[in-house]
Design a protein around this ligand. Sequence first.
Ligand code: NOJ
Length: 541
Amino acid sequence: MTQDTLIVPVPDQGEGTRWWRDAVIYQVYVRSFADSGGDGVGDLPGVRSRLPYLAGLGVDALWLTPFYVSPMADFGYDVADYRDVDPLFGTLADARGLIADAHAHGLRIIVDVVPNHTSDRHAWFQAALAASPGSPERARYLFRDGRGPDGARPPNDWESVFGGPAWTRLPDGQWYLHLFAPEQPDLDWENPEVRAEFADILKFWLDLGADGFRVDVAHGMAKAPGLPDVGHADQVEMLGTAVLPYFDQDPVHDIHREWRRLLDSYGGERIAVAEAWAPTHERLADYTRPDELHQAFNFHYLTAPWEASGMRKVIEESLDAAGAVGAPATWVLSNHDVKRHVTRYGGGERGLRRARAAALLTLALPGSAYVYQGEELGLPEVLDLPAEFQQDPQRLRGEDAGRDGCRVPLPWEGEEPPFGFGGTASWLPIPTAWRDLTVAAQREDPDSMLALYHEALRLRHEHPALGDGGLRWLDGPTGTLVFVRETGGDGRLACAVNMSGRPARVPVRGTPLLASGPVHLENEHAELPPDTALWWDVEER
Ligand code: NOJ
């Protein structure tokens, strides 16, 4: 066994803990987390140096966005070598060291795997370009002849998620499919060589000690036979709301079943979470059937507006659908692909107030929760990034479609950008106004967002009713969500969220534990200001 394949033990919690059913998983967008090299780009040693912060915050696991060798056309989601680390982010030894240190801090590590497409610089695609139409090299991807007498029209009408046609033509006349950027050619998962290669890649990272995978575009690997037209333009509007011939096709589940068998063949309860956009809660839950992946991101929750009845419906449907297949529901408010929720919920004071209440709602719901780096600091979307800094390929879709604004590096400490991120200038500039939002500034302030997350996560670990389990709705005034969490054993916790624009009076029989804002308590009632949440220990009577 070489050093590269040394097995790093996972935290010793024994088998069968089903840790992932209620884990809080913190998303590290490596490029923007902490820079140890001084080049303005976050890296693995940077993450390693901040492990005490993450362990102290009280999360259970980290999901690291791709750090593999990549030309960075899509910031690492275009992988050129799946078994090595890009020099920008460090070395394989850094990855191994990070996994070992994280385990020593009691944190599990989930790495991102990108199976739908490779980089155009991947050795396989380079070989495909050098080979001729019909060759085995091209058969690993989706090369096709074009339509029309001279084949000058793309093979079908599919559109790239990033904008424009999903096909690019080569000088020899053939076209290749890329559901994302032209630098991200789609693999052909009907080719057994592709399946074998990815099984081997998964084993590589499992052997290195990874506790699981976040599966990029987990709904995309199987395409409808014959690659039929969609018959509509503006397909991006249909993503996640309709079944398209290139997304959420049933045969994709065979791949997930194969991966589950592989994960189960390892000890230590290794898991996989699907990034899958599916039109219904039920179709999403299909990815988490007992013989498939462990979790799927709940984008229905992420996209739900701040409004009580719609939010309640999403929560109920999510719990029902996940429960029907025996999977935990998951809850996510932000990630590196969407506008940060402080801004989505209205921005400014109001957005922040809602984000605070949303944190208590999210962490009280049954199942597993995701925290995107910086949400614990209440970071807003950066809406005024100078044009010369905007780099995201999704900008092709329109001026506002770029995702750079949610990827601005974290402010750690100090009075001036880059606020202890590392180096002298970060790859995206950090607003000077974030001086008050640094980790160091918020640590000093008991009313900060950081203090709220800290306390909520502490309670979540300690309170027997939080985490996995069921939920019972209680009556509450219009515009509020009120529910109780109970295990049947000791302890019940209730959560009330006022999502309306008016104060709401909610009966509270028990001991208040944590509030997202100023709550007035009197005569077994709480008066919740607009956009405010409260947790309390329910008194047994
Ligand atoms: C989803 C990732 O989260 C996103 O950042 C990426 O651009 C696409 N998949 C393509 O890999």
